[in-house]
Design a protein around this ligand. Structure first.
Ligand SMILES: O=C(CO)[C@@H](O)[C@H](O)[C@H](O)[C@H](O)COP(=O)(O)O
Ligand SMILES: O=C[C@H](O)COP(=O)(O)O
Length: 926
């Protein structure tokens, strides 16, 4: 039994005089409750000031509310109430178990109402119903105006913690107000048995003030110095013990006996202000000296720790208070009037809380204004739009799976009903994530050191982001598996992936939701053959499939005897599947703690539920901004992501482009664009900045000053990706609804695939790929696609590119679709090309590597707005690789995909050219 348990045995409950969001989120508060160290929580304006204004714990939650036009006070109450509710929920079991004697959390009324009886009554009722927890206590100050408010509030059936009590006279009034409130209830035939109240008697501040006077006497009045010296540090405890005696007396009187028979509880004294202020005194003095039955002591963290370490628990309170009366008498003899002291303390106490409240409002106001600045030109329209989402109950309808939010088409509606499972993925995945972790551990134990994921789009992008953000961690005492991703049919890239995957030590993850994706099938054929050749009968133990139940891939994996088959959630579409096995198993292989990742996602989910106001929902407000920005002409969502989050944009790109890019509408994600000076950007931009260390703060400021909206999302560590996945999925669903788009299908992707299939069939028949007639050619390369004015006069590929760029119109974007190996060399030169294009045309630029982008931005290219120039680049392959059993090579597959892509764009009258590099390199285009 520890010291605090002993204290409790003597009848005193220790409450925690502290609240802070991080304590709620990191499990510290839950732990303190579980260990039986604290039995309640008190908060006050100073505590909230410290919690909110002196930390960044609340900033992320504050932003959407600020963007939605809420003022500082609204924001404060939302944040405070959330904390109070969360704490109350943690204490709920204790509250029930202790038959409602402990487990309370206190929230104080606005201290600026301390002298306003009616204002306090109304505010108490407002807070009580907003928090809506039976184990809440509303704190009301024991001012003259507070006393009648306490009576009324008790009479209304609300638990009250009466705060700021210093004097015995006031304390008697407090007891009377409590008893009167209970009597009022009885008179109305209402029950009194579940009403709880405590009277917070402030302790240490009495010593601070009295000791100051005593010290003046010691200094200036020689004759009284001895007595004054003997009284130092005595007043506060004496005053509190006298209060306890009063409590014993009052609650033994007939008046209370009547109430007790009806089930009423006593109003326990609660010792507040009990941390030691004078370092010369024992640091647990205001706990040790005030122990007795039916009391509470609320202590700040340092006092809790001190008592746990060396506090002595003995009863020190009782009816015999002669010594205490003597202390007060002696103080009076020295001219120190306790009436005066306690009066001053009450006035100062009220002021200190009011000041803290005002300072807190100011701190929130500053952060609110800074957040609003981020919206730039969108700031005025946003509050109305968020209100509209609230009125139209968008979040409720999303959770109710109401497809009419997105489309009237019955087929579309039927599909949407099968595609909203991601809303619950953070919780649903909790059931299975230990299996993924165990499987990862078994792979590691069996000596597998590498993993190669074979997948496209929704099945590969989240794993890639996780790999690049987290790096390779640990599984137990081993290095986790070094995961690589193959999502390209470019033969060079296939070979590079193969060279980085030593077969004896590699786990292959065949990842396809549908189980029919042609690239993935080709990768499997290739690596299965390689594994068979080298590993023979042991090959299957090196393969895991992730696929939805019942797919051909599942069947194949079963037939071949794969090491494991992980089932996807058929209610979740590919691009929304990051928090299902498609993202989570690769994460486990990397040694990522799935519990923590899912916890962050769950926290975001909890903020996204319909019960919360729209303005508090991070995904809803973000989605509203994205949607409204498009309607305002800012459809180029430009992603700035600081290390280590640079790769996050590639996942976002797919989610946003494939969800919104259809029916001639869409948001155009612009990822990893080379930076240029702020004035080069058009008014079609909305920037989002994923901030980790503030490396690009200056850049963000310059953009903001140039009039662009720049939303900032602070990420504290890689695990925040869990939350971001969820936030952006919700935002995308909301933005799609605002744009009137079905965000869950990809109607234009199939066309590309069909055209590719036809090309391959023809190739199999004729051994030739039909590339059509070039519109221009020389020994450097050939040009296909739309007719360009003046093309015949061009003498170099560079000139062809220049001619093509002349087609650019204001607010177009230029998409470079490169069917090239994705490695640092090509990336560098293509980024250079982007830079030149951006400076020359002022248009946003995007870069996609084929065929990877076909599973990402490909839908937007075909289905989105006709505001793009597509520059497709293909090349002659140096070293091709056969796909076993398919009668084609990866090189042919890649080229067929490019041709299918080109045809699909041309069929939609898009402005596209294909530059096929024969002798030339990408450098020659710049
Ligand atoms: O809730 C209560 C009392 O119910 C407490 O939070 C109370 O306000 C605090 O103990 C005091 O404000 C702390 O005062 P001090 O230690 O700063 O003098
Ligand atoms: O985004 C999804 C990709 O198109 C791949 O689909 P899949 O998981 O069915 O292979």
């Amino acid at each position: 039994m520890n010291r605090i348990h002993r204290l409790h045995q003597l009848g005193q409950s220790l409450w925690y005089d502290n609240i802070q969001r991080s304590l709620l989120e990191n499990g510290k508060l839950a732990q303190l409750i579980e260990q039986g160290l604290i039995r309640g929580v008190t908060s006050n304006p100073t505590i909230f000031h410290n919690a909110i204004a002196r930390s960044n714990d609340y900033d992320a939650a504050l932003k959407p509310m600020a963007w939605s036009g809420w003022n500082a006070e609204q924001i404060f109450y939302q944040l405070a109430i959330e904390d109070i509710q969360a704490a109350a929920d943690l204490f709920r079991p204790l509250y029930e178990e202790s038959n409602a004697s402990d487990g309370y959390v206190s929230l104080e009324v606005n201290p600026l109402l301390a002298n306003d009886t009616n204002g306090t009554i109304t505010e108490s009722q407002r807070l009580w119903s907003l928090v809506n927890r039976p184990n809440l206590m509303i704190k009301i100050p024991a001012t003259a105006a507070g006393i009648p408010a306490i009576r009324k509030t008790i009479a209304a059936g609300i638990n009250v913690n009466v705060t700021l009590i210093f004097s015995l006279v006031r304390y008697a009034e407090v007891i009377d107000a409590y008893l009167s409130g209970l009597e009022d209830r009885l008179a109305q035939g209402l029950p009194v048995d579940r009403i709880a109240s405590v009277a917070s008697f402030f302790v240490s501040r009495v010593d601070t003030k009295v000791d100051q006077r005593l010290n003046e006497i010691i200094q200036n009045e020689e004759s009284n110095a001895g007595l004054a010296q003997s009284l130092l540090g005595k007043a506060a405890i004496a005053n509190a013990r006298l209060a306890y005696a009063l409590y014993l007396k009052k609650f033994a009187e007939e008046r209370f006996v009547v109430l007790r028979e009806k089930g009423a509880r006593t109003q326990r004294p609660l010792w507040a202000s009990t941390s030691t202020k004078n370092p010369a005194y024992r640091d647990v003095i205001y706990v040790e000296e005030l122990i007795g039955p039916d009391t509470v002591n609320t202590v700040p963290p340092q006092t809790l720790e001190a008592f746990l370490d060396h506090g002595e628990a003995q009863v020190k309170l009782g009816p015999d208070v002669e010594a205490e009366k003597k202390v007060i008498r002696q103080l009076e003899e020295l001219g120190i009037s306790m009436d005066q002291v306690t009066y001053e303390l009450e006035v100062e106490g009220v002021k200190a809380f009011a000041d803290a409240f005002t300072a807190l409002q100011q701190a929130i106001e500053q952060r609110r204004q800074a957040a609003v600045e981020e919206l730039g030109p969108l700031r005025n329209s946003l509050p109305e739009s968020v209100k509209r989402q609230e009125q139209e109950q968008v979040v409720r309808r999303i959770f109710d799976m109401d497809p009419s939010l997105w489309t009237e088409d019955p087929n579309g509606q039927a599909e949407i009903r099968q595609r909203l499972g991601w809303l619950h993925s953070p919780q649903n995945s909790r059931v299975l994530h230990r299996d993924y972790q165990q499987l990862a551990e078994s792979c590691s134990k069996d000596g597998l050191t590498h993993a190669l994921l074979l997948g496209m789009g929704g099945s590969s992008l989240a794993p890639e982001v996780l790999r690049l953000t987290f790096g390779v961690g640990r599984i137990g005492d081993q290095n986790a598996l070094d995961l690589a991703i193959l999502d390209s049919t470019d033969p060079q890239q296939v070979l590079e992936a193969a060279s980085r995957a030593p077969l004896e030590q590699t786990l292959f993850i065949v990842s396809s939701k549908s189980g029919t994706t042609s690239e993935v099938n080709a990768f499997f054929d290739y690596f299965w053959q390689q594994a068979q050749t080298t590993l023979g009968g042991k090959a299957a133990a090196h393969f895991v499939a992730i696929t939805d139940p019942g797919t051909v891939l599942e069947k194949l994996a079963r037939e071949k005897g794969f090491r494991a088959i992980l089932a996807g959630d058929p209610q979740v579409g590919g691009r929304y599947s990051a928090l299902t096995p498609f993202g989570l198993f690769p994460a486990a292989l990397l040694g990522i703690n799935l519990d923590t990742l899912l916890q962050r996602a769950e926290r975001m989910m909890a903020q996204s539920l319909p019960a919360l106001p729209a303005a508090r929902n991070p995904g809803l407000v973000l989605g509203t901004i994205l949607g409204e920005a498009v309607l305002d002409g800012r459809d180029k969502l430009t992603i700035l992501a600081e290390p280590p989050f640079e790769s996050f944009g590639s996942w976002l790109e797919q989610l946003i482009a494939e969800s919104t890019g259809k029916e001639g509408k869409g948001i155009i994600p612009v990822d990893l664009e080379p930076p240029v000076a702020a004035e080069h950007y058009g008014e079609d931009r909305l920037f989002v900045y994923f901030r980790s260390n503030g490396l690009w703060d200056e850049r963000a400021n310059a953009l903001r000053q140039a009039g662009h909206p720049v939303l900032v999302f602070d990420l504290k560590d890689a695990y925040d990706l869990g939350a971001e996945f969820y936030r952006w999925e919700m935002a995308t669903a909301v933005a799609s609804a605002i744009l009137g788009i079905n965000g869950f299908d990809q109607p234009d992707v199939q066309d590309n695939k069909d055209r590719t299939t036809r090309k391959i069939e023809e190739y199999r028949r004729t051994a030739v790929l039909d590339e059509g007639q070039p519109r221009w050619e020389n020994e450097q390369g050939r040009v296909y696609g739309i007719q360009l004015e003046g093309l015949t006069g061009a003498s170099t590929l560079r000139e062809v590119v220049q001619l093509f760029l002349r087609e650019a119109r204001k607010e177009d974007y230029v998409a470079i679709n490169a069917y090239l190996p994705r490695n640092s060399q090509t990336l560098e030169v293509l980024q250079k090309l982007r830079h030149v294009i951006l400076e020359k045309t002022g248009c946003a630029t995007t870069l996609g590597f084929g065929p990877r982008f076909l599973h990402s931005t490909g839908q937007l290219h075909k289905g989105g707005p006709d505001r793009a120039l597509f520059l497709q680049i293909t090349r002659e392959v140096d070293q091709d690789v056969e796909i076993p059993g398919r009668g084609i090579s990866f090189g042919i597959l890649e080229r067929a995909q490019a041709l299918g892509d080109l045809e699909a764009l041309l069929a939609r009258q898009r402005r596209v050219i294909r530059i096929h590099l024969t002798k030339a390199s990408v450098e020659d285009l710049i």
